[in-house]
Structure formats: structure tokens, C-alpha cells
Design a protein around this ligand. Structure first.
Ligand code: SF4
Length: 121
């Protein structure tokens, strides 16, 4: 499709990117932000999905709805960074199975802090 419909160039709009087979908003947000400096939303991957729920920023299951919730919470100029910050936090601190709530800088703000059995004192 890129070769045939876009002259071999990766398109630079959300509408055109999400028309490509296998490309949804998550990937389109990353491509737009990093390749073109266009920030249209917040990429919601598995870490962002988990952190959005644990931090109480969204109760939605659908990625697009979670994205909309996050876009309401964070200022637009932070949207690209939010994705990477939540991914890093998810990898280093808020692990899927064993979050380190004791060592987490967000534990006073987080609605899930200390709700995990291994964190109970
Ligand atoms: S307090 Fe715990 S659950 Fe909340 S973000 Fe930090 S590590 Fe994750």
C-alpha cells in the first residue's frame, strides 16, 4: 500500500497511517511523533494500558478509550513523552506481576499502591 498508494513514502497523517494494513492508532502515534514530529495522541501499549489502570487514570478496556482518558489528563506537549515514561516505569518499577510499590515515586498518588499481596505490611 505504501508503494502503490503513497509513492513509496510513509504517509504523515493519522488517517492515512491507520488505513494501512496492521497499523492502528498505537503504531500510528509512534510513527507520527518520532518520524514527523506530529503528536496526535498517546500510544497505548501493554505497559501504558496497565499503568493507566493501576494509577486510576482510566477504567476503560478499549485502547482508544484509554488513550482519550489519558489525553484529557496530560497536556498535549507531554503526550509523546507520556508513552515512553509509562513504558519505562512499567518495565523498571511497576512490573506486571511484581510491582515495587515500596520503591515507587508515585506510591502516594497511585490508587493501586499497596493493594498487591506482596506489598502488604
Ligand atoms: S505504587 Fe505500585 S502499582 Fe502504583 S504505579 Fe507504583 S509500582 Fe505501580
Amino acid at each position: 500500500m505504501i508503494a502503490e498508494e503513497h509513492g513509496g513514502e510513509v504517509p504523515a497523517s493519522m488517517e492515512e497511517l491507520t488505513r494501512l494494513k496492521g497499523i492502528a492508532r498505537k503504531t500510528a502515534n509512534i510513527v507520527l511523533g518520532n518520524a514527523f514530529g506530529i503528536v496526535e495522541g498517546i500510544a497505548v501499549d501493554t505497559h501504558v494500558w496497565r499503568l493507566a489502570h493501576r494509577l486510576g487514570l482510566s477504567g476503560e478496556k478499549n485502547r482508544d478509550k484509554i488513550e482519550r482518558n489519558l489525553m484529557e489528563v496530560f497536556p498535549r506537549e507531554k503526550w509523546l513523552a507520556v508513552n515512553y515514561l509509562l513504558i519505562e516505569h512499567g518495565r523498571r518499577v511497576c512490573d506486571a506481576k511484581k510491582p515495587d510499590c515500596d520503591g515507587c515515586v508515585l506510591n502516594k498518588l497511585c490508587s493501586s499502591a499497596f493493594t498487591f499481596p506482596h506489598n502488604m505490611k
